[in-house]
Ligand binder design. Structure first.
Ligand SMILES: [Zn+2]
Length: 267
């Protein structure tokens, strides 16, 4: 309890420090949403970036150096996603591990959280999972998120349109929070939400089975969880296209995140 109060106090102090000019330059150069964000959210966003950068333990994997620029860009996406939520989400992510490029297997040696990622049953998995290239992972229980820097959208990275690994992994972290909330509001919002979501996922699976191109990456058909997370990427990376091509899914995400990025316009 005491630790929590101390952390809260420290966070409040960071909030009164001015946003560093070098960080501002990073946002303007690398994060396209910077020029679109409505004025009323801009200050809140910068405050939360400061808190996220400083309250998180950062670790570079495979000799990757996590610079301030890397931290600010990752923090900017992580906090952009939750601008419509209370501060509680902040308590859900404590450690961020950053790989320079996609990695095979899911282990990244001993994490800063003390978890041995090199072996063991940190997460149950199939053997062939080790052969896959990973772009990121989220371990909700330990508050750890693993990201691949080359897949994070910046002015220098060429990443597939509409995709953003930071948003994807954060969506995994937040998923059960939303599910609990929606279940709590069962009759009013919850039940219609889950029914509409199931129908949207079903459409994605059918389109995928028929080999049709869809707005979302084909990985969205993998499971309802992945569908939610892939859709979340698109919600902030291509809100215009999503609100016109997948209006129902767009509205469902709006309910969860409490923001309406399709209304944000370049200034
Ligand atoms: Zn995923």
């Amino acid at each position: 309890m005491f630790g929590w109060f101390k952390a809260r106090r420290r966070r409040r102090r960071w909030l009164v420090e001015p946003f560093p000019a070098t960080w501002e330059a990073v946002l303007r150069r690398h994060v396209k949403q910077t020029s679109r964000l409505p004025q009323e959210l801009a200050e809140k966003w910068r405050h939360r970036i400061q808190v996220f950068v400083r309250a998180t333990t950062w670790e570079g994997c495979r000799d990757f150096v996590v610079t301030d620029e890397v931290k600010v860009i990752i923090a900017s996406y992580a906090t952009l996603l939750v601008l419509g939520l209370d501060d509680e989400w902040l308590e859900r992510v404590w450690h961020v591990l950053v790989h320079p490029t996609p990695y095979r297997g899911r282990r990244a040696s001993i994490g800063v959280d003390g978890v041995d990622y090199s072996h063991g049953d940190w997460m149950q998995q199939l053997d062939d999972d080790f052969e896959d290239e990973h772009l990121g992972e989220a371990c909700v229980e330990s508050g750890t998120v693993i990201l691949v820097w080359s897949e994070v959208p910046t002015a220098e990275h060429i990443t597939p349109g509409g995709q953003n690994v930071v948003l994807h992994e954060l969506a995994h972290v937040l998923l059960d929070l939303f599910a609990d909330r929606l279940r709590g509001e069962r009759t009013k919002t919850g039940e219609p939400w889950f029914a509409a979501f199931d129908a949207e996922f079903e459409r994605q699976v059918v389109a995928s089975d028929r080999g049709r191109r869809t707005l979302l990456d084909e990985y969205a058909a993998e499971s309802p969880e992945e569908f939610f997370c892939v859709a979340t990427e698109c919600f902030l990376e291509r809100p215009d296209r999503m609100s016109s091509l997948m209006p129902t899914m767009y509205e469902l995400l709006k309910v969860c995140y409490g923001i309406d990025p399709a209304t944000w316009v370049s200034r």
